[in-house]
Design a protein around this ligand. Structure first.
Ligand code: NDP
Ligand code: 2IT
Length: 446
């Protein structure tokens, strides 16, 4: 068995040299899915996972734009159209200097499984640019977005490929991107999700990823007869996902002790309450400041420069910043300090060694493709509302989100239960795989 996995990894690696993040994501899936394929005749011998590891299409393009000093800047834009077996390509856009082909291919690969888990008809894709929005003026961000969309528009469409936000792409960027698409196509269509509510967006979409992570975490705890009430929670990141994960934790009686950004983390021994979180949102979303500014207003809190929050004692950890932000040592520290549950808000934030540590120590561990699927799920609901030319209430979307997270949890139990333990990694990978694989088999070798 191990030999088949190794052969498969070697074959994928041979044609994807120097793509460590992509190989990490493929390896994590192959280790659980290949044993399942071997046991199921309909999939065996079809090279189905090999086909899934090859993007249907990769677009790379020049994005030239003019900065506020009238200098010409050049960035690289991408869209990875990974798999369209169960629906049009769907997935976010990331603007961050670390963006490259490997990072976007890993994200697009993960997205295929995640979107399948949501039960909604969405294929998988991802895109973005090495553009760094930090320190740029609104006008610079607008000009960049307009130039980016002037190429991207020919590859996307409401029935073809529907981008959304991710790191560095929030409501401001989606607005500029949508405006340029509409201008170029002379069409008002649901080509992007995460739109403003007055121009085709869905209520709860900004909250959806963070809320969904906490709903999933709650499901894992409830399955063990526990709850979030009174638990200490450590969160990384302070962007979209982290903010709304914190909000839902507070609502459900958890005590949120930390938030972070790439400069360090803040620790508030009294817990970050609703009022303090409102200040964080003002700092990050309006002033576009650093999380360290939190301690200026709340001097009892500490800022730890250049550090991640994983050595803070807690019951629950929610990594909500970026890939590989939580390593083996961090995982060991979390376990030692009493952490019983980890819900990934970011995509692939835990290294393989960290995941192994959690598994060995019996920590409840939800991989991002299951626990952060709430964002793209509500994107799917935004698409449904756009098609209906109608919008649902906040309560209705939230209820659907809760149900979807509950259904994903059940799928993980179906495919991941091993005695009295649930292997959520295995459950999510196999459940995500089966739906896409069945569609691919039905559609022939294409
Ligand atoms: P934002 O841009 O809103 O926030 C990102 C946060 O992560 C910031 O606090 C940022 O700090 C921090 N961060 C980014 N890169 C690094 C790094 N290299 N090291 C340390 N901290 C870093 O993005 P989102 O909240 O939307 O995304 C966070 C994660 O959640 C990503 O992995 C994304 O793929 C995933 N995700 C997002 C979804 C969504 O709907 N938005 C859906 C599902 C998953 P700084 O400001 O210093 O860069
Ligand atoms: O990683 C993700 O699932 C996202 N960034 C959200 C994608 C989407 O299409 O809403």
């Amino acid at each position: 068995m191990n030999k088949i996995v190794k052969q498969f990894i070697a074959e994928v690696n041979a044609r994807n040299q120097n793509e460590p993040e992509f190989m990490q994501a493929v390896t994590e899936v192959a280790e659980t899915v290949i044993p399942y394929i071997v046991q199921h005749d309909i999939y065996y011998g079809q090279n189905i996972l090999l086909r899934m590891a090859e993007p249907e299409r990769v677009v790379s393009f020049r994005v030239a734009w003019i900065d506020d000093q009238s200098e010409i800047q050049v960035n690289r834009g991408y869209r990875i159209e990974m798999n369209s077996a169960i629906g049009p390509y769907k997935g976010g856009l990331r603007f961050h200097p670390s963006v490259n082909l490997s990072v976007l291919k890993f994200l697009a690969f993960e997205q295929v499984f995640k979107n399948s888990l949501t039960t909604l008809p969405m294929g998988g894709g991802k895109g973005g640019s090495d553009f760094n929005p930090k320190g740029k003026s609104d006008n610079e961000v607008m000009r960049f977005c307009q130039s980016f969309m002037t190429e991207l528009f020919r590859h996307i469409g409401p029935n073809r490929d529907i981008p959304a936000g991710d790191i560095g792409v929030g409501s401001r960027e989606i607005g500029y991107l949508f405006g340029q698409y509409k201008r170029l196509k002379n069409e008002f269509t649901g080509v992007l999700t995460g739109k403003g509510v007055s121009w085709g967006g869905s209520l709860i979409r900004p909250e959806a990823t963070g809320y969904g992570v906490v709903y999933f975490t709650q499901n894992m705890l409830q399955n063990k007869g526990a709850s979030l009430e009174g638990k200490n929670v450590v969160i990384s990141g302070s962007g979209n996902v982290a903010q709304f994960a914190a909000e839902k934790c507070i609502q459900l009686g958890g005590k949120v002790l930390t938030l972070s950004d790439s400069s360090g983390f803040i620790y508030d021994p009294d817990g970050i309450n609703t009022e303090k979180l409102a200040h964080v949102m003002e700092l990050k979303n309006v002033k576009r400041a650093r999380i360290s500014a939190y301690v200026d207003k709340y001097p009892k809190a500490e800022f730890h420069a250049g550090k991640t929050p994983w050595h803070t004692p807690c019951h629950i950890a929610l990594p909500c910043a970026t890939q590989n932000e939580l390593n083996e040592k961090d995982a060991a520290a979390l376990v030692k300090n009493g952490c019983i549950c980890v819900g990934e808000g970011a995509n692939m934030p835990s290294t393989p060694e960290a995941i192994h540590t959690f598994a060995k120590q019996g920590v409840l561990f939800a991989p991002g493709k299951a626990s952060n699927a709430g964002g793209v799920a509500v994107s799917g609901l935004e698409m449904a509302q756009n098609s209906l030319r109608y919008s649902w209430s906040r309560a209705e979307v939230d209820e659907r989100l809760k149900n979807i997270m509950g259904d994903i949890h059940k799928s993980c139990l179906t495919y991941g239960t091993e005695g009295d333990h649930v292997n959520y990694v295995k459950g999510a990978n196999i459940a995500g795989f089966v739906k896409v694989a069945d569609a691919m088999l039905a559609q022939g070798v294409v």
